[in-house]
Ligand binder design. Structure first.
Ligand code: C2E
Ligand code: CA
Ligand code: CA
Length: 674
């Protein structure tokens, strides 16, 4: 490949061109100026010669020129008439038209005229001036160069040229003055040009520096995240493709670790964007300080960061690093006066194990991060099982189709909801399970996302609603009436078809709408409000309660919910877990603020994921209305529910907070949890 031609730096180019231009300009200026000076001096000399001629020939009779003989008397007159020019006049000769010497100031008799010049002066009638150098012996100083201006001035009598006067003038002083003058001119021109050049050069230099700095800054901005100063996605992708090329050559492994901050949007919304930015900066600096030199930490945007491991020996090493990175989030972040604990979900993928190019590696790490988040694992390595587009998932999807057709593998389990004020069971949440013939009992996280991606979710939801309403009818027949909540997916709530289904089912089984409620995740609610809100309004009109599920991990602030037609707010179990003995400081304050705000909007507050008595007590103190969690009972089959009793700590005054809570109650004992 031919070497790319390198462009000369602007300053060097300018220096070369401008120096050449300045030299030409300077030389030209000096030449022209000295020439003008010289011409001027010559003109002056010629004028002087003319006046010498006019004085000298004033009294010379015309015959002297025709005969070529000047009377001695006239000659004396000529000599005396030019006395006034003695200081400059070195010689004076008069020639007639034939070149005969008529008069010589130095009394020579056999001199010869310069015929050519004489003819020229006579024929043109114009003086002919020429400089002649001659060495004059001077008594004192040995010998000095003398410059002589020799001028042939035509002599005219009555308009006719009769001869010429050869006037020799001492031109030494003028020549010296001319030399001085041109030296001065040269000096001035050279100095002026040097100064001008320096000024220009300085301007060009600083302009070029500014341009260079600007270009560098632009390049930097294009590759660097302006908030944290970390490389951005573009730079990461560039580094990644280089690392991949190197890894392919050397047979090594490239690791990619993706992480995002849990509940970042919530922090941003409740504390303000300044604090959010501050948190991101602190996260960036913790990451930067904890990694090896070769590893690249980048911010991909929002609260998402990536770490590229250009040369990692094993997947386990990458996973270990991910755990180390997660432990960086252990100590609280100090945002002004506020100590904030934040957690992160991390996904790990390696090349060539999980992908073979930059974008697939990125996607796989993203899938892993999503797994870490949904299963709250902290760190997850990519697994095809969790990847909706992997072959394993396609097999599972086929199985799910079959399961829906046959209808005997899917089940609903019910988890009790407890009124914290009374300790009584006031309802259930229906949670789906899949009794897979080969893989055993599968939790919904393993197949609901798959169903959502493939469009099967509508059938799954219909199954959940049908099963629940039938179960409600069965319980009613047994004399038990407790409301059950069914989870709806984001895909279900963008069209009112689900409401039609609900209304049909309720009518078919003669079930009161208050006995059925739906749970919709916060993210689903705010994803497409223009389509979701009309569905919510129809649900409200049908008398079905709506709960916001997993509140706190999504992107909504409570105030945004004020305008939504919802009834219940379910605080995500991440917040609830933080309230526990080894949870985080200050989380009680967060939950308290949530509860108060939700109550002020008339929402009922339910806490999920309650795993111990102390958390339950704390939640009651914070004003939470209902709770659900392993502490009371996991989700169990409808049959198992009949035998279930939960014994919850009695509140000091067992005063029901709401009339509705007392409508139907059951007492259950705490779940025996391993
Ligand atoms: P979710 O709606 O937030 O359901 C609560 C999840 O927390 C359930 O997980 C439940 O078993 C679990 N859980 C309950 N108490 C505790 C506790 O004390 N500690 C902990 N760590 N976890 C507790 P599950 O059954 O695996 O369901 C996971 C998610 O799958 C649900 O989250 C829900 O979003 C979705 N899902 C479940 N059934 C359905 C369904 O029929 N339709 C749709 N669309 N989604 C469903
Ligand atoms: Ca739920
Ligand atoms: Ca939930």
């Amino acid at each position: 490949m031919p070497a790319a031609r390198r462009r000369k730096p602007l300053t060097r180019y300018f220096a070369v061109v401008s120096v050449v231009a300045m030299l030409v300009l300077g030389a030209g200026l000096i030449l022209v100026t000295t020439n003008i000076m010289r011409q001027q001096a010559l003109r002056e000399g010629t004028e002087a010669a003319r006046s010498v001629e006019s004085y000298a020939t004033a009294d010379v009779p015309v015959e002297a020129f025709t005969t070529g003989v000047l009377e001695p008397g006239h000659a004396l007159q000529v000599t005396s008439s030019v006395d006034g020019f003695a200081d400059r006049l070195l010689g004076l000769r008069l020639w007639n038209n034939d070149g005969v010497l008529v008069y010589d100031m130095k009394h020579a008799t056999d001199a010869f005229a310069d015929g050519e010049r004489l003819d020229a002066a006579i024929l043109r009638g114009e003086p002919d001036a020429r400089l002649v150098g001659n060495l004059e012996r001077d008594a004192g100083s040995g010998g000095t160069e003398q410059t002589v201006l020799d001028v042939y001035v035509p002599v005219q009598v009555d308009g006719t040229v009769v001869g010429a006067a050869e006037v020799s003038l001492d031109y030494t002083a003028t020549a010296a003055a001319l030399r001085d003058g041109s030296r001065t001119v040269s000096a001035v021109v050279v100095c002026g040009l040097v100064v001008l050049w320096l000024l220009l050069f300085r301007t060009v230099l600083s302009a070029s520096r500014r341009m260079k700095a600007g270009a560098l800054e632009n390049a930097r901005l294009a590759l660097i995240d302006s908030l944290t100063g970390l490389p951005n996605r573009r730079m990461l992708m560039d580094r990644m493709s280089r690392s991949i090329t190197a890894a392919e050559q050397h047979g090594t492994r490239v690791g990619l670790v993706l992480l995002d901050i849990d509940r970042f949007k919530d922090i941003n919304d409740s504390l303000g964007h300044d604090k959010g930015d501050e948190l991101l900066e602190q996260v960036a600096s913790r990451l930067r300080n904890a990694l090896r030199d070769g590893d690249v930490v980048a911010r991909l945007g929002g609260d998402e960061f990536a770490i590229l491991l250009p040369d990692v020996r094993t997947i386990e090493n990458a996973e270990r690093l991910a755990h180390r990175v997660r432990s960086l989030f252990g100590p609280a972040f100090q945002l002004g006066d506020l100590e904030l604990h934040v957690d992160t979900s991390i996904g790990v993928a390696c090349l060539p194990d999980h992908g073979d190019d930059g974008s697939s590696l990125m996607r796989k790490a993203d899938v892993a991060m999503y797994t870490a988040k949904t299963h709250r694992l902290g760190v997850a390595v990519y697994s095809a099982d969790e990847d909706n587009s992997s072959p394993a998932r396609l097999v599972l999807l086929g199985d799910l189709h079959r399961a829906l057709d046959q209808g005997d593998e899917l089940e609903l389990h019910y988890q009790p909801k407890i009124a914290l004020a009374t300790g009584e069971t006031v309802g259930y949440e229906a949670l789906m399970r899949w009794r897979h013939p080969k893989r055993g009992l599968l939790p919904p996280d393993l197949f609901i996302p798959l169903a959502e991606h493939s469009g099967l979710i509508h059938e799954l939801t219909r199954f959940a609603l049908t099963t629940t309403v039938s179960q409600l009818a069965r319980w009613r027949d047994e004399g038990r009436e407790l409301p059950v909540a069914v989870n709806l997916s984001a895909h279900n709530v963008t069209s009112a078809a689900v409401v039609d289904t609900i209304e049909e089912l309720l009518a078919e089984h003669g079930i009161a709408p208050e006995l059925l409620s739906v749970e919709i995740t916060e993210t689903a609610l705010v994803a497409d409000p223009s389509r979701v809100v009309p569905v919510l309004e129809r649900l409200a009109a049908a008398g079905v309660r709506v709960a916001i599920d997993d509140f706190g991990i999504g992107n909504t602030s409570i105030s945004q919910l004020r305008d939504l037609p919802v009834d219940d707010l379910k605080i995500d179990r991440l917040f609830v877990a933080d309230l526990g003995a080894d949870g985080r400081d200050g989380s009680g304050v967060v939950v308290k603020a949530m509860v108060d705000l939700a109550h002020s909007f008339g929402l009922r507050v339910i806490a999920e994921g309650v795993e111990d008595a102390s958390t339950a007590r704390l939640l009651r103190k914070l004003g939470v209305d209902q709770a659900q969690g392993f502490y009371y009972s996991p989700a169990v089959t409808a049959d198992a529910l009949a035998d279930l009793t939960v014994d919850v700590p009695r509140p000091r005054q067992a005063k029901p907070r709401r009339a509705a809570a007392a409508r139907a109650t059951a007492t259950v004992e705490p779940a025996a949890r391993s």
